[in-house]
Design a protein around this ligand. Structure first.
Ligand SMILES: [Zn+2]
Length: 402
């Protein structure tokens, strides 16, 4: 099937131009550059969101507030075309067998491309060494949802020595300690810090980047828009908890100078009953609104849109070894069209996450008009139009799986 996306501003990391993009058989076949006066629609590569929790299979069937279909629908409605799902599902992804069970669920339900993280249990080194075709191995060095904590330094060392890409949940002092151990082992694996949240973490990453290219970091939208003074009951409780203003400023500075590599939503769609509680579940949903929220703020700051595409798709694609994040001839047509004429308050938009709530109700964003995956339109007119289409698993290059 052939079609054209006409009279738009076309932006990726290497171009910011206007014209039309021609799609043939799921791939970009031509980019026609011509002057479009005052373009109101921006076409960008679909976002890569390398950190979501779709909780499928769920911890508890009765309160299940998401699955791969609803979660991937939320992602598609937010211009996201690839997600990586975290291993703290039930049971945790500690073996090849559990990974393949989850693989079947994603293949059956996901309307965006996907990858599945493997989990480190502290006792599954032989399983980890056998595993391939995953974006990386998730190490929980601090407590979170599920029983995945690995706190022993000896276990960290053994894991590093396998040479696999490690995505680590390590907060503040724990991250500094873990980074020192990794450094003392002479950077034996790629190390990626999930949801960077504190100024001291940003400084440490900045310092490590002068010594090795093996370090990278992501940031979640809630740490960029809120601080601890916004916490009211359980709604804005998450791990890591919100920081103070100087933390938030350090995160934006880290984005600007490239210390922080990419955006990741850390989408955590807990049911309302578990958030509105004296012992709230940790995390907030974010897959649907992260991209337009950050885009809005990016433009308010007058930052270069080509860097925005690096931050929301290209850099993550490069780090995890998948071929995404470009609008170029021959690339898969994984695209998002955003309409600047149409700005809406988030509360006016349909929330496609089954959890049914968001922390950003009062924020105003440019509306995502359409999302395509391999040339298939999965979202338009504020509706999921994927039908029977299901997107496949991403293929990871050798580099990323170690
Ligand atoms: Zn997470």
């Amino acid at each position: 099937m052939n079609f054209k996306i006409e009279n738009v501003r076309i932006v990726d990391a290497s171009q910011d131009t206007t014209g039309s993009v021609v799609i043939s058989d799921g791939k970009i076949s031509e980019i026609r550059e011509f002057s479009v006066p005052f373009p109101t629609k921006i076409l960008i590569p679909g976002a890569v969101d390398p950190h979501v929790h779709f909780r499928d299979p769920p911890d508890d069937l009765e309160t299940a507030a998401e699955d791969f279909f609803s979660g991937s629908s939320a992602a598609a409605a937010g211009g996201v075309t690839t997600i990586f799902e975290m291993p703290n599902t039930n049971p945790p992804v500690f073996s090849a067998e559990i990974l393949s069970q989850k693989h079947a669920i994603a293949a059956q339900k996901s309307i965006v491309r996907w990858g599945l993280f493997f989990g480190a249990s502290g006792e599954n080194l032989s399983e980890i060494s056998k595993i391939s075709s995953v974006p990386g191995v998730k190490l929980y060095a601090n407590d979170t949802t599920g029983k995945l904590l690995v706190a022993q330094e000896s276990a960290w060392r053994e894991l590093f020595q396998l040479g696999k890409k490690i995505v680590v949940h390590a907060e503040g002092e724990t991250f500094l300690r873990l980074a020192e151990i990794w450094k003392s082992e002479n950077f034996p694996c790629a190390l990626h810090l999930a949801h960077t949240a504190r100024a001291i973490e940003v400084s440490k990453i900045r310092e490590l980047k002068t010594k090795t290219s093996q370090i990278s970091a992501e940031v979640a939208p809630h740490h960029l828009f809120f601080t601890e003074s916004d916490v009211d009951g359980g709604w804005l409780r998450m791990k890591p908890e919100l920081g103070i203003e100087s933390d938030r400023d350090a995160l934006w500075d880290g984005i600007f100078d490239g210390t922080i590599d990419f955006l990741a939503s850390d989408h955590a769609p807990h049911p309302i009953s578990k958030k509105n509680s004296k012992t709230p579940a940790f995390g907030v949903p974010g897959a649907q609104f992260s991209l337009p929220l950050i885009l809005s703020e990016w433009l308010r700051r007058g930052w270069d849109l080509r860097r925005f595409v690096e931050f929301t798709s290209l850099r993550a694609a490069e780090l995890f070894g998948i071929s995404r994040g470009k609008i170029s001839v021959g690339a898969d047509a994984d695209l998002a069209l955003i309409d600047f004429e149409n700005q809406k308050k988030i509360s006016e938009l349909q929330n496609f996450s089954r959890c049914g709530w968001t922390s950003y109700s009062n924020f105003k964003i440019p509306v995502v008009e359409k999302t395509w995956i391999g040339g298939v339109c999965v979202f338009q007119n504020q509706k999921i139009v994927a039908g029977d289409f299901r997107a496949g698993e991403e293929i990871f290059s050798e580099k990323s799986s170690g």
